[in-house]
Design a protein around this ligand. Sequence first.
Ligand code: SF4
Length: 108
Amino acid sequence: PIDVGYKSKMSASSPYSIGSHTIKTWGRKDVDNKVLGVWGEFVSVDFDICIGDGACIDACPVDVYEWFDTPGNAGSNRKPIMAREPDCIFCLACEAVCPPKAIKIFEQ
Ligand code: SF4
């Protein structure tokens, strides 16, 4: 599962902008997607253990996630990027359905 202490244990890394939202990342190394780290400040996904099955995309009632190609990553070649992270209503549905427990929602 995701290590919920990632913000103190991993280094802040380069953010990723998508649409009008800029996603914060921790532990990301920009080399062939091999080490993606954890993305998202309060809708947080450990992209190195995410298997990319898309259960979170289907579960989210407000369409926070969309597919994002990550060829070369050991966990999966595509990820649910939290493109609309500010829309999250903290229902925790995505956390509950994630097979590897790669998601942590920090309620605001
Ligand atoms: Fe969507 Fe609910 Fe997960 Fe927020 S907690 S991203 S609203 S499924």
